[in-house]
Every structure is written in C-alpha cells, then in structure tokens.
Design a binder for this molecule. Structure first.
Ligand code: BES
Ligand code: ZN
Length: 633
C-alpha cells in the first residue's frame, strides 16, 4: 500500500531523532518483516505462565506504540512471529480507555523469518495487547528434561533469542534497531526459581504470589533501559544464588553453585577494570547464570545476567576470557547495538577487543597477547575455509540465517581491525575514542556506515585513514596492513612442538607443569594438522589428553584424534559429543568426522543418539552440515 521507500524518505527528510531513524532508514533490516519506520513499539508489559507439561508459555504481550511522523493513519502494526498461536488482539486508545478487539492476520510463513502479524489499529491507538501462546517447538526455548540438568531432579527452561528467535517467544519487532523497555511477570511452578535478564526481586526462599495450592508463583521483572528484542531472556529451574561481590553474583543449580562461585571469583575485578576503560556500567547488577550442558553457546550477553555454558567451569579459572567477553558486551552490543545482523561485527569484533583489554588489566598483557595469537590462528583457518563473500566484515545477509554467520570473521577480523588501529595510532587514542563512542551512541543501534562516519570524524579527525578502510570493512581476506599479534611465550611453545614432532624431544621431556589451557591449545595447534595414530598415542600416554576434563583442550584433541585415526579416543569422543551442547565444540568435531573415511556413519549414529540433548539451534547447524556431501577422501 505505502511502499517502504516513501516512508523512509519522509523519515530521512524530516530528520527526526528516533532510535530507529538513527540507524540508516534507507536500509531496511532484511531479517524482520516488521515496519518500525511506520508504527514502532516503545515499551512492553509481558505476562506469561510457564507450563512444563505442555512445553508452552501462555499469556499476553501488551505493546506501547508510537507512529512515526509522516506515516499514514491507517498503517498497521506489524510484529514478527514464528509458530505463535494468536488468541486475540485488542487495542487501547488512551490510558484508562477500554480495550477493543481489532482485526489481525498472520501473513505467509517465510521459512527463515516466520510470519508477520499484521494488526489493523485505529489511528488513536497507544497500546496493543496480543493474547497468545508459544509452540512447544519455539526456536528460542529449550525445555530441558530433568536428566539434562546437573541435579537430574527438576526440569529446566531457558531462552536464547539472538539472533532472530525472540519472535518464537514473543510477537515483537524483532530487529536489533528497535529498542524498548519492559516489565514482565512470569508465573512458574512454585518449587522452581524464575530469572530474567532484567531487574528482579531479590532472591529469597519464598517467592510471593503463590496460588492457593502453593503450586505456582509469580515473579516480577523490570528492564528500565531500552533494549533490542534479542536481549530478552528468561530461565526457570532449580536455581540458587551466590553473591560474588557488591554488584556481581552467580545463579546455578545447587549441585553446581560451589564450582561456579570458585570459577567466577574475579568477576567483580573485571567489572571494575571494564568501567575504568569504557565508562560507567549502566545496567546495575552483573550476574551470571550457569545453564545445562545443552546451551548451544559459550556465553550470551543478556543484560544484567550473562547466560553461560557449564563447560566454562573448568575448575582452574582458565575460561575467564569468556566472562570478560560477555561482560564487555555491556558496552559493545548492549549499550551500542548493531542495527542489523550485517553489522554484527560492531557487536562481536569490538567485544573481542574489549575482552582482551579487560584480560590485560586483570590477568596481564602476556595473557592477552596469547589470546590474540590464538584468535589470529582461528581467523587464518576461517579465511582458508570460507568463500570470499563470507570473509567480509559488513556482508550482505539478505536471505541468509544470521546464526550461520557466527564465524571468526566478525569476531577476530573485527578485533584485529581495532588492534591494527591501536598499533598505528597508539592504544591510548583508540581507548579514548572507544570511551567516547560508547557515550555518544549509548542505548542506540547503529550501522557500519554510521560507525565509519564517526570513525573518520573522531579518530581520523577528517584526515586520511591510517589503514585501508575499504579493504577492512568491505572486502574479503586479511588486509595487507593488518597488525600481527605476537607472544614470546607462544613462540617458545611452538618451538617445543617442533622439537617434539621432529623427534628431538620425547613427550616426557616436555616441561608442561605450568601450562594453562592457552599453552596447551597453542602447542596442539602448532603441530602439523595430521599427526598419525602413533604420534597421538605417544602424547596421550604422557599427558592423558583423551581424559582431559577441560572442554577446550578436549575438543582440540578429539578433532586431531579423528583426523589421525587415533581410535583409542573413540569412546571419549562419543561421550563428549553426548554431554556437550556448545555449537563451537560440536561443529568442528562433526566436520572432522564427515571428512575422514568411514566417519560419516559414525557422525550420523552419534548424532541420532545425542541430538535429544542438543538445542534446536545446534541440531539445525549439524543437520545442515550432514546434508552436505562429504568431500572425496
Ligand atoms: N552474542 C554471542 C553469542 C551469539 C552470537 C549467539 C550470535 C547467537 C548469535 C556471545 O557473546 C559470544 O560471542 N559467545 C561466544 C563466546 C566468546 C568467548 C567468543 C561463544 O558462544 O562461543
Ligand atoms: Zn560475543
């Protein structure tokens, strides 16, 4: 009816300073069917009952809306949905006015984007109430049976909305350029605890609002800062809280709480270090929630409450960089947000750079340098494997699933871009620039183009860029002017790997007593990619790597075992693939299996056995990979 360009041009012409308009109105978000350029949501009142029996959430989402200037009075409100059962939609004209039922329709289902919920609203509408329920297959939710938890006695529910799964949980304008505040009530079984990535009631033994039979309890939450939909998050389970510092703490199942508190002991110090560098922490508390093993990511930066894989609990605090990473998103990502998923590197590349600055402050530059070198290795591997169009920082993702573009390009090429600027201009200048950037764009969503303008004006002060900006941001490959992170410690480790491989040293002669996970990873990655089974056995007999309980080391080792045909690790491989759900660990192992002779059958068999314990996001990625033909061996 009214084409997008017309409205966009009007918005640009009038030049309003709405959040949405700040994010380059001429480029619609290819991953949302909503039209925030016409009618935009600003606040959500959400009330849902969690039903473990039917694996559904049932309730209502009440959206406050505004019309953008210049848009026609009959423009509908369009929300993204996926698999939602809509019961009724009502509109409210003004505070206190009676809600009136309004017509709506669900548009055709797009396999990637879901279906638009098109709601016809009177021109004076201020609030739209959608009564609905989620599907048991909602892609944002994982309903974990008791066997899939640490305690094995209670079920567990958690959400993962990034990138475009919020729409399966909540009818919403599911684009990171749309921000809203919210209040939520979750009604859940009274013997479990409900948490959200928002301000909640202080944890206490007896939640209020129990029903007459004491079977259900209501939990209330408030998010007072405008956030994008992908940062809505909830979990329900047998959870307990332990304080770690003044503003920090951890939620975990009772069986895991002690280990979690040990592992995260440095969080308060990391928060202080991050604030010194990047400006005030604006979200109040910073807590961490330890999830069941099926969680498909290492961590997820849900505001005030990072969600974390239990594999982070290595027992030696070796995975602190992961927490530094999620904490850093409190600035890069949650405060200043990528406007579309094509701008994902503004979230992740910046966060990896910030993460390493936090690690440098709290654990020393030596450690940060090792992390950078490992990152460079991951980037080089990715560049060797990915087609050119997937090597671009600011790619065109139209028609593509943003979950599948989570590769080292956004993370490591993005971070290396900032490292390179720091090498050219000095770390202090980049540091000052970043601090101002977070302030300038706080609580806004920006595009790569907007960042480039800001960079040219503020860091380059209108002068010629000290790096090849075009190559960095818009072209594949590694730009010739890239900085080369180096670590003297790693050079020694690589030399040892060489001497072992050439037979100059026996495994037993390697002094590994003070090696951390980082040294182990670098040692293993410095070896030629295909050792033979005898060489693997020689290392294993001394270092017992097959038995390593450290998921990072185990994953690296098991991948090498597959490629080497080292069958003594077969049992451990199956066990690992059946007990870990983190996609970053699963994918390289399935990939390796699919490329060795006879591996496809093993991959398919293990997958059939283990998939019930995986998250739908991981299942989808593995299925897609299995569906591709194996390369000729
Ligand atoms: N935000 C990401 C996770 C994510 C990205 C989820 C894209 C869905 C779509 C999170 O901050 C992240 O990067 N996690 C990493 C850990 C990290 C230390 C690099 C992971 O899960 O591996
Ligand atoms: Zn991240």
């Amino acid at each position: 009816m009214f084409g997008r360009p017309w409205c966009a041009a009007m918005v640009g012409f009038i030049g309003i300073a709405a959040n949405w308009a700040a994010a380059d109105p001429n480029r619609p978000d290819p991953h949302s069917l909503s039209r925030p350029d016409q009618v935009r949501v600003t606040h959500l009142d959400w009330s849902m009952t969690v039903d473990f029996q039917t694996r559904t959430l049932r309730g209502s989402a009440s959206w406050h809306i505004v019309r953008e200037p210049g848009c026609p009075p009959e423009a509908p409100l369009i929300l993204d949905t996926r698999g939602l059962r809509i019961r009724e939609v009502r509109a409210i004209a003004a505070a206190g006015a009676a809600p009136r039922t309004v017509p709506y329709r669900l548009g055709p289902v797009d396999p990637l984007l879901g279906a638009p919920l098109v709601i016809e609203i009177p021109a004076d509408t201020t609030t739209v109430v959608v009564a609905y329920e989620t599907s048991p297959e909602a892609s944002a939710l994982q309903w974990v049976a008791p066997e899939g938890t640490a305690g094995k006695r209670h079920p567990f529910l958690y959400s993962q909305c990034q990138a475009i799964h919020a729409r399966s949980l909540l009818p919403c304008q599911d684009s990171p350029r749309v921000r809203f505040t919210y209040e939520a009530t979750l009604v859940a079984p009274a013997h479990l605890k409900a948490v959200m990535a928002a301000e909640g009631p202080r944890p206490g033994p007896r939640p209020e609002g129990r029903d007459a039979d004491d079977r259900e309890a209501a939990h209330q939450f408030v998010m007072e800062h405008p956030i994008p939909s992908y940062l809505v998050a909830l979990a329900v389970g047998d959870l307990e809280f332990r304080s770690l510092g003044e503003r920090t703490g951890v939620w975990a199942e009772p069986a895991t709480l002690e280990r979690a508190a040990f592992e995260f002991a440095d969080v308060e110090a990391m928060l202080a270090a991050a604030e010194r560098r990047f400006g005030p922490y604006r979200w109040g508390r910073y807590d961490i929630l330890v999830l069941p093993p099926s969680f498909p990511y290492g961590g997820m930066e849900n505001p005030r409450l990072t969600f974390a894989t239990p594999t982070v609990l290595a027992g030696d605090r070796s995975q602190v960089a992961l927490i530094a990473h999620e904490l850093a998103h409190s600035w890069s990502g949650n405060l200043v947000t990528n406007a579309t998923w094509a701008d994902f590197w503004l979230n992740e590349g910046f966060t990896v750079y910030l993460e390493r600055r936090i690690v440098a402050d709290v654990f020393g530059e030596r450690r940060a340098a090792m992390e950078s070198v490992l990152g460079l290795g991951e980037l080089e591997d990715a560049l060797a494997k990915l087609p050119p169009r997937d090597q671009i920082l600011n790619p065109d993702l139209t028609g593509r699933d943003p979950d599948e573009s989570v590769t080292p390009i956004a993370y490591e090429k993005g971070a290396l871009f900032l490292e390179t600027l720091a090498a050219r201009l000095g770390r202090d200048r980049v540091q000052a620039f970043l601090k101002n950037y977070f302030d300038q764009f706080a609580f806004r969503s920006i595009t790569t183009a907007q960042f480039e303008d800001y960079l040219r004006a503020e860091l380059f002060r209108g002068g010629p860029p000290p790096v090849d900006l075009q190559a960095w941001i818009h072209q594949p490959g590694l730009p010739a002017d890239a900085a080369r992170p180096a670590s003297a410690r790693f050079d020694q480790i690589a030399a040892l790997a060489r001497r072992w491989f050439t037979g100059e040293l026996d495994a037993a002669q390697l002094d590994t007593a003070d090696w951390t996970t980082l040294e182990w990873l670098h040692f293993l990655r410095s070896l030629p990619p295909e050792l033979n089974a005898e060489q693997m056995a020689a290392l294993d007999s001394v270092f017992r790597l097959t038995e390593s309980g450290n998921a990072e080391i185990a994953c690296q080792w098991l991948e090498m075992a597959i490629r080497a045909g080292y069958r003594a690790a077969d049992g451990r491989l199956e066990e690992f693939l059946s007990s870990v759900g983190r996609r970053k660990f699963l994918m390289p192992l399935y990939e390796a299996l699919l490329t060795v002779p006879g591996g496809r059958e093993r991959a398919e068999r293990i997958f059939e056995q283990a998939r019930a314990g995986y998250h739908p996001i991981a299942v989808e990625s593995i299925q897609k990979r299995i569906a591709q033909p194996s390369p000729p061996s």
